[in-house]
Design a protein. Structure first.
Length: 536
């Protein structure tokens, strides 16, 4: 099974290579995930350090965890009401001294609890709500513009920190969780839990408070994950802004480079096509590039190859005339020798061989004449003087001559009613018609030959049709090339080099026209058509 080839331009191929860089966003996502994990670990360690610092200040202070008498309890209640950020009164056993200790260690985004073994809250300080939110005055203009455009997309994709969450632990007594249970067992424990409304995550660290060898209380430090989310989102946005900028600049640069590269290759292709005409001849040398890259080297190689081809083509074109010139002298010697022998008394048997030699010499002379005919015609075209003439009398006169030259041929001619003026040479038109009719007569073999001259407002058309064998498949386009013939070898009574229709094409192109050949619709023969533009 043949695999179909997919045609891709160099620009498309380079852009396809650029898709490799699409791995950058994936790498960015993995980097941000790792950064978030590191930030979470750092947050837990920070909370654990704060809990340990508060617990250290409370270790082995038995008095702070004893149940106070009623007057002191009343005072504690008043102090607790002042310090409770949520306005909820703390229990009667709250310790104002512990409250003073943790007040100095609390932070604006952290909440510190101190409870005893029974879960009674002894003190609480701080808040989980952030005092500032949104863009600050220090944000750059680019950050503000990015936040107003692509930042909106980031807000849809990324989880955003929320400050309007609800936490039941602030109103329903002391927190209870895995961290508190671990601390009561004497182990520093960290934990994560969602808020009661599920809008935020609370990270906590619980450290035991020792009095002697006994755990008498627990210090709990809590903080939301909003800070980590905010830092993760900022890192994600900055990283992806850079990645998008790199991809955009890289795509534009690669597209520009691919366009420039493709333009150079197309220029090289166009120069190569202009350097060679439809006949395969080198018309002009290739303009070699002075660039030092591979395309420049290819251009210089093409120029060198075309130069060598031009020299070889020139040698081939001149070879026919040189060969004809070199052979004419020995042919003249052979002819004079045969003439002398003919005048001598020879036996009848010898005269038969002499006649065969004379016939071969005649054929050889015809071959040399036809070899040089096309070359001489091409060389003489540059010196032909163009005149405006009526095509009708020229063709009519030629057809009358053909009827006399080929009396056995059945030639029918259809002229137009008016004049057809063209710019060119009547002699070349007559030479072209001679090749067309001679070709038709040879293939018709006594069958009808139709010559039709017609025209319209733009061009004149000469059509010569003959009955006979049709053109082989694929030969319609090659019939007018040099040294191409469709005659069978055994059917050749005269030497043919495939130059007759080639001369027809050369003359047609000289007049700005074209020649074509096609089989008749019924397959009974061939029609050769020459189209010539009319004079303006």
């Amino acid at each position: 099974m043949k695999i179909p080839r997919v045609a891709l331009s160099i620009r498309a191929q380079l852009l396809l290579v650029l898709t490799v860089f699409l791995a950058l966003p994936w790498l960015g996502v993995e980097y941000v995930r790792e950064l978030e994990r590191v930030l979470r670990d750092a947050q837990e360690r920070t909370l654990a350090g704060t809990a340990q610092a508060v617990a250290t200040a409370l270790h082995n202070r038995t008095r702070l965890f004893a149940t106070p008498p009623d007057p002191i309890a009343s005072f504690a209640r008043e102090r607790a009401e002042e310090r409770s950020p949520s306005g909820v009164s703390l229990p009667p056993s709250a310790s104002p001294e512990i409250a003073q200790i943790i007040e100095g260690l609390s932070r604006t985004t952290a909440r510190i609890w101190v409870i005893d073994r029974s879960g009674t809250v002894l003190a609480r300080a701080g808040s989980l709500l952030s005092e500032t939110n949104g863009a600050t005055a220090s944000d750059s203009t680019w950050a503000k513009v990015s936040g107003a455009t692509i930042g909106r997309l980031y807000k849809i994709v990324l989880e955003q920190p929320v400050e309007d969450f609800s936490d039941d632990a602030a109103t329903q007594g002391a927190p209870r969780g895995r961290d508190v249970e671990g601390a009561l067992a004497g182990i520093l424990t960290t934990d994560r839990r969602p808020t009661s409304d599920g809008k935020a995550t609370i990270v906590s660290a619980a450290h035991p408070v020792w009095v002697g060898d006994e755990v008498r209380g627990v210090v709990i430090v809590e903080e939301t994950g909003n800070a980590v989310l905010a830092q993760r989102n900022r890192a994600f946005e900055r990283l992806f802004n850079i990645v998008l900028a790199v991809l955009l600049v890289g795509s534009l640069a690669l597209t520009a480079y691919a366009t420039w590269l493709s333009a150079r290759i197309r220029r090289l292709r166009d120069d190569a096509e202009r350097a060679i005409d439809d006949d395969g001849r080198v018309r002009a040398p290739l303009a070699s590039s002075g660039a030092g890259d591979e395309i420049g080297d290819l251009s210089r190689s093409f120029g060198s190859v075309l130069a060598r081809l031009s020299e070889y083509a020139s040698y081939q074109e001149k070879m026919a005339s040189r060969l004809s010139h070199e052979l004419r002298t020995p042919i003249a010697v052979v002819r004079s020798s045969l003439d002398n022998l003919k005048a001598s008394a020879l036996p009848a048997e010898a005269r038969v061989y002499m006649a065969r030699a004379q016939e071969g010499l005649t054929r050889l002379t015809q071959i040399l004449t036809r070899m040089t005919e096309a070359a001489r015609l091409e060389q003489s075209l540059s010196d032909v003087e163009r005149v405006r003439f009526d095509l009708v009398p020229v063709v009519t006169g030629c057809v009358e001559g053909f009827c006399l030259a080929y009396p056995a041929a059945r030639i029918a001619y259809s002229p137009p009613s008016g004049a057809l003026l063209v710019d060119g040479s009547p002699d070349l038109i007559a030479q072209m018609l001679d090749k067309l009719v001679a070709n038709a007569v040879e293939f018709a073999q006594g069958r009808p030959i139709d010559i039709v001259l017609s025209g319209d407002a733009q061009a004149a058309c000469i059509a010569v049709g003959n009955e006979g064998p049709p053109l082989p498949e694929g030969m319609q386009g090659r019939l007018f090339e040099s040294m191409v013939s469709v005659r069978a070898d055994g059917a050749r009574d005269a030497p043919h080099l495939g130059l007759g229709l080639y001369i027809v094409r050369v003359v047609a192109q000289f007049h700005g026209g074209e020649a074509s050949a096609a089989n008749k619709p019924d397959g009974s023969g061939v029609i050769v058509t020459v189209t010539l533009p009319l004079a303006r």
